[in-house]
Design a protein. Sequence first.
Length: 309
Amino acid sequence: MNQDPAPASTPSTATHRQEPVPELAKHGAPEGRSLALAIGDRRRGRPTPSLGDPVFHISDLDIWYADHQAVRDVTLTIGRRQITAMIGPSGCGKSTVIRCLNRMNDLIPGARVTGKVVYQGENLYDADVDPIEVRRRIGMVFQKPNPFPKSIYDNIAYGPRVNGMQGNLDDLVEEALTGAALWEEVKDKLKASALALSGGQQQRLCIARAIAVRPEVILMDEPCSALDPIATARIEDLMAELASEFTIVIVTHNMQQAGRISDYTAFFTADVDDKGVRHGRLVEYDTTEKIFENPADPRTEDYITGRFG
Ligand SMILES: Nc1ncnc2c1ncn2[C@@H]1O[C@H](COP(=O)(O)OP(=O)(O)OP(=O)(O)O)[C@@H](O)[C@H]1O
């Protein structure tokens, strides 16, 4: 296994200002290297992947939007302080599944879920579960950075204030921004608008905002797809650091990214039924090394090697 840092290969779609590029040399590995060589590049120093301490047990999960069954029969276990990547072609239900992990689908009219999402021993879909508390404990970072139109400080302080968290707010803001590797860049302009930050900085601010309320899990739905390769590399480094404290689940279209950062990978695809309707399903779930180097299902191999999707 090649130990050089891999290039972050997400194409640049950033509409924000470019970040300073001090890490260009560090991350600017040659283009065109084999996918397999990048596996685990950002996992170095992390423990061996393990499901021995599960956080989520998802079983028989079916998800509908009105009368369209978008996802069929998903069963998988997610381990504590693991980085779990969800990959697969567009429309196979990755975002739909990740949104079930903190009941974000509740906010979509017509969305309906059956089956179980057991989190720390409790089914998140039981009638007496408070979805607001679920979302505090299981935070989410979205594809497009979405800071509030407020100061950097207030973006971070908002959640702790609303949640009535005790302690010194200044310390909490510093801790969250440090945890998201943003403190040094913003410590002298905390009262400036968050909207003046670059795209990569905004995404790290959103990660800081997520960790400020002390969640146990961070869900990330394509967190780098609007970022340039340098900002992407910084977020990947950050994820590797955060994984010592948090459980991370990430949806990504970038297979190299899944290979570089994750411990486990779930590969989804969409089956087409006899009426031509597409239903997402989980094809294979295993350690990232296994999925990328020796997948059990030919559909996984076809996708990983670029023959499909
Ligand atoms: N809010 C929604 N309302 C109705 N249908 C939806 C909604 N969100 C997703 N779907 C449908 O559910 C299916 C799965 O979509 P989903 O976005 O979860 O897939 P995905 O694998 O994340 O796709 P992509 O990689 O393109 O983001 C698709 O058929 C999609 O049209």
